[in-house]
Design a protein around this ligand. Structure first.
Ligand code: NAP
Length: 252
């Protein structure tokens, strides 16, 4: 049974894995047997060291996911280094906070480009390669509670993450027949750089914590099991689904 979760021989691309959830997921995939190709705009030395400690293999492509050349660079580097690709984790993401009335075009475009547009084009390049290989593929997009809820003061983030939920379904519909499963993980409130401002705001932080049935902020480790499941043969008949990993937030 546990063999279904084994990722030995598989190659996983993980965007934004120098820190936070991306780092946790890269390490989880390595511990399940995968080799990892990171895509980072900041140096992923800490991740490289953790993977080395776990006796895993890791190469990094230094790139901005919003750059339109990135998908081709990433795929050719992955093929050069490891000869194939099997898993894509679209994790890199940014957030901008401001009242909707004052929100700028720059804050709209930057977030949409990183959180949504780059996910589509990297997925497209990955799918072309998997189809060429004639193998199975697994794509896991990182959604959010704001794929389901409106949020406040984060208009482009909500639009991008709601878009991720729909895009996950569309790509699953088109590519299931090619053996490519596309799903998403919607993390709840996790203690990473992304939520630093929220956690530093005492009243917002208390409000949020008070609503989480599990009674704590999530950690990178909490997405380890779900990402291995959605990257493995264990989820072969799961298509187009967004799995909340939220300590019960949405159940309230
Ligand atoms: P994080 O610590 O801020 O990590 C975000 C990662 O994305 C970092 O590695 C960051 O690199 C990278 N990144 C951002 N823009 C990039 C670009 N243009 N090119 C390449 N890499 C880029 O936050 P996190 O919480 O781990 O976020 C990971 C994902 O989970 C994001 O998609 C986020 O929206 C989502 N999420 C987080 C939460 C939460 O509560 N934390 C909840 C729901 C969803 P730098 O270090 O260089 O900035």
């Amino acid at each position: 049974m546990l063999n279904m979760f084994n990722l030995e021989g598989k190659v996983a691309i993980v965007t934004g894995c120098n820190t936070g959830l991306g780092q946790g997921m890269a390490l989880a995939l390595v511990k399940a047997g995968a080799k990892v190709v990171g895509v980072n705009r900041s140096n992923p030395d800490e991740t490289a060291a953790l993977i080395k400690e776990a006796n895993g293999e890791f190469v990094n492509v230094m790139a901005d996911v919003a750059d339109s050349n990135t998908p081709n660079c990433v795929l050719s580097e992955a093929i050069n280094q490891f000869g194939r690709v099997d898993i894509l984790i679209n994790n890199a993401g940014i957030i901008r906070r401001n009242d909707a009335i004052d929100f700028t075009e720059k804050d709209w475009d930057e977030v949409m480009d990183v959180n949504l547009k780059s996910v589509f084009f990297l997925s497209q390049a990955f799918a072309k390669q998997v189809i060429k290989q004639g193998s199975y593929g697994n794509i896991v997009n990182i959604a959010s509670m704001l794929s389901y809820q409106g949020g406040i003061r984060v208009p482009s983030y909500t639009a991008s993450k709601s878009g991720i939920l729909g895009l996950t379904r569309l790509l699953a519909n088109e590519w299931a027949k090619d053996g490519i499963n596309v799903n998403a993980i919607a993390p709840g409130y996790m203690a990473t750089n992304n939520t630093e401002a929220l956690r530093n705001d005492e009243s917002r932080s208390a409000e949020i914590l008070g609503r989480i049935p599990a009674g704590r902020w999530g950690e990178a480790d909490d997405v380890a099991g779900p990402v291995v499941f959605l990257s493995s043969d264990a989820s072969r008949y799961v298509n187009g689904y967004t799995l909340a990993v939220d300590g019960g937030w949405l159940a309230r």
